[in-house]
Write a protein that binds this ligand. Structure first.
Ligand SMILES: C[S@@+](CC[C@H](N)C(=O)[O-])C[C@H]1O[C@@H](n2cnc3c(N)ncnc32)[C@H](O)[C@@H]1O
Length: 294
């Protein structure tokens, strides 16, 4: 899901981290990458855009942004060791437990080697992929970590996928069930934190699929402005509940739009099959001429 809607949170976080060397995992159509690149121009930094299947013209981007962009048409797990040390990493690539926990493990391992822990921002820690895997290339995920999955839609509050044709994300290869072990982006973050201990703090902000912030204690000490910004984003429970309500309403609006679009498409298809298209005046005249033998 696009991360560019979160720029009003991401930009001040990157600025407070004084991040110049920024890694973006999952660039897609480069909407968020463009935000990062404009910032890189301002900070004289560099954006490493990592995506095995970018949906933007990489040559044009390289020409336009020159030294501010490095494009890696590779999978995150193959390239992370080469990209450390870095100041910040945005994770929005493969939304499976297996890939996300291994991205975090690799980032931690290679950052420790270099003695520099990046600020890590994760998209999709909220519904629908916080607790559910979504498969892009399922063979990339070892069988033991692959949940049964299908191109079926999702309903908030319902674990099993649905056959309702207008349900959300029915164009995605979704794990059939939500929750349980080894399932989803947020579960991967929690399991990573259990493994690594309390060196990292985690803050999540609901809305636009949810933003997760991982901050290492060493980075927090080195950048006090970042530490206090992250602290200020730890929401009091009523405000958090309020954002979650807005997010629920946003999803029900999208579902309703999908339903209306689906009905419109199917009603007009039905009408077309019941009533043949009205002939044009020219067609009527041609038939009349043929029948009159002229
Ligand atoms: C949700 S989109 C990213 C959206 C983008 N961050 C934005 O805000 O507009 C996910 C992207 O991750 C890419 N992707 C999938 N698996 C990946 C992997 N293992 N490493 C890096 N990128 C991956 C996909 O090709 C896709 O373009």
């Amino acid at each position: 899901m696009p991360m560019y809607n979160l720029w009003s949170l991401v930009e001040p976080l990157l600025d407070a981290a004084e991040a110049k060397n920024v890694v973006e995992i999952g660039s897609f159509e480069a909407e968020n990458t463009r935000h990062l690149l404009h910032r890189a121009r301002r900070t004289k930094g560099i954006v490493h855009a990592v995506d095995p299947f970018p949906k933007f013209h990489t040559g044009d981007a390289e020409r336009e942004y020159g030294p501010f962009i490095a494009i890696h048409q590779k999978k995150s797990l193959d390239v992370i060791p080469d990209l450390c040390p870095c100041d910040a990493v945005l994770i929005d690539g493969d939304h499976t437990w297996y890939t996300v926990i291994n991205e975090l493990r690799l980032l931690h391992k290679h950052s420790v080697l270099h003695g520099q822990m990046p600020l890590i921002l994760l998209h999709d820690v909220g519904w629908p992929y916080g607790r559910r895997d979504c498969y892009q290339i399922d063979e990339d995920i070892p069988k033991e970590y692959r949940h049964p999955h299908a191109f079926k839609g999702l309903v908030m509050g319902q674990s099993y996928v649905t056959d309702v044709p207008w349900a959300l994300h029915s164009n995605c290869d979704n794990a059939l069930y939500e929750g349980g072990p080894h399932n989803g982006v947020l579960t991967a973050v929690e399991d990573f934190l259990k493994e690594i201990g309390s060196e990292w703090s985690f803050t999540d902000i609901p809305g636009f699929y949810g933003l997760g912030i991982l901050l290492h204690e060493k980075t927090a000490r080195a950048f006090p402005a970042l530490a206090s910004l992250v602290k200020s984003l730890q929401l009091p429970i009523p405000l958090r509940e309020h954002l979650l309500s807005l997010e629920r309403i946003r999803f029900s609006c999208y579902t309703e739009i999908n339903r209306l679009e689906w009905e419109l498409k199917n009603t007009s298809a039905q009408e077309q099959s019941v009533c043949p298209p009205t002939p044009s005046e020219r067609e009527i005249a041609a038939v009349a001429m043929e029948q009159s033998g002229s």
